[in-house]
Design a protein around this ligand. Structure first.
Ligand code: APR
Length: 238
């Protein structure tokens, strides 16, 4: 794999525009569970009950408690070397680097990443289900319209934040290299960003310890964890 890393580092040096799409695997080494790994969240919990509007309306208290639990995990762990490597990559490619994440844990931002497109929202904020008012406290009803407050994450069947996704699509179309890191690439439309980048001519690099449905689309597959591979990409021994 090391020569693959060297090859990718050579491509990176020539890149004029870099896009990165991350998934739950990037936070795994921080101690945040993924969704579809054998020990992932969907092996223990029902996405329909906990990550859908129907589930929320059926039992808002259960959903709020589950997200409060996930928020306590996300805020009690630390970013890992993979997060820090991506923040460093952004610093050395000022203005030509876009980080698109499916993650809601805000570990990228805590590691120093600044231009982060959260296509699935975030765990830290709550949003009014009716008027969209955002808060970070645990009020149950909206101060603006008394609507129900819910986690500011995108649930199955819900629209992604359109402005954020439009910016992500623009980055996918315009980049000349896209890294697809720590994602099973099974959940659309976010996964579609990787296919869009390829369709628009970008070199595609997947970073994942396991094969995915997307692996055969990648020009380079760096087999390994993000915390071990990404520091090598920026020339830091992990
Ligand atoms: N480093 C890199 N990748 C890893 C690591 C690691 N240390 N550990 C696991 N992975 C990989 C797994 O091999 C898998 O391909 O991370 C991927 C995690 O896949 P999922 O659990 O499906 O997570 P993700 O792709 O982010 O899910 C997408 O699904 O449930 C929804 O909204 C949720 O944003 C999430 C979306």
């Amino acid at each position: 794999m090391s020569n693959d890393v060297d090859t990718v580092r050579g491509i990176l040096r020539q890149a004029r525009s870099i896009a990165v799409l991350t998934g739950a695997g990037v936070s795994a080494e921080s101690g945040v569970p993924t969704f579809r790994d054998p020990d992932g969240l969907w092996a223990k919990f029902s996405p329909q009950e906990l990550a859908s509007m129907e589930g929320f309306l059926a039992n808002p208290e259960r959903v709020r408690e589950w997200y409060a639990h996930r928020r306590s995990i996300a805020t009690s762990v630390e970013p890992n070397a993979g997060h820090y490597a991506l923040a460093e990559l952004e610093r050395t490619h000022e203005g030509t680097f876009t980080l698109i994440t499916q993650n809601v844990d805000r570990l990228h931002q805590r590691a120093g990443s600044r231009n982060v497109l959260e296509v699935h929202g975030n765990l830290i904020e709550n949003r009014c289900n009716d008027c969209g008012h955002i808060r970070t406290d645990d009020r149950l009803d909206c101060v603006e319209c008394l609507g129900p407050m819910r986690p500011n994450v995108v649930w199955f069947g819900e629209e992604l934040p359109q402005d954020v996704f439009a910016a992500a699509e623009q980055a996918a179309r315009g980049c000349d290299i896209m890294f697809v890191i720590g994602t099973s690439a099974e959940v659309w439309p976010a996964a579609g960003l990787a296919y869009t980048a390829k369709q628009y001519g970008a070199t595609i690099v997947e970073v994942n310890p396991n094969p995915t449905v997307f692996s055969r689309e990648a020009h380079h597959v760096l087999v390994g964890t993000s915390a071990s591979v990404l520091p090598q990409l920026i020339g830091v021994a992990s």
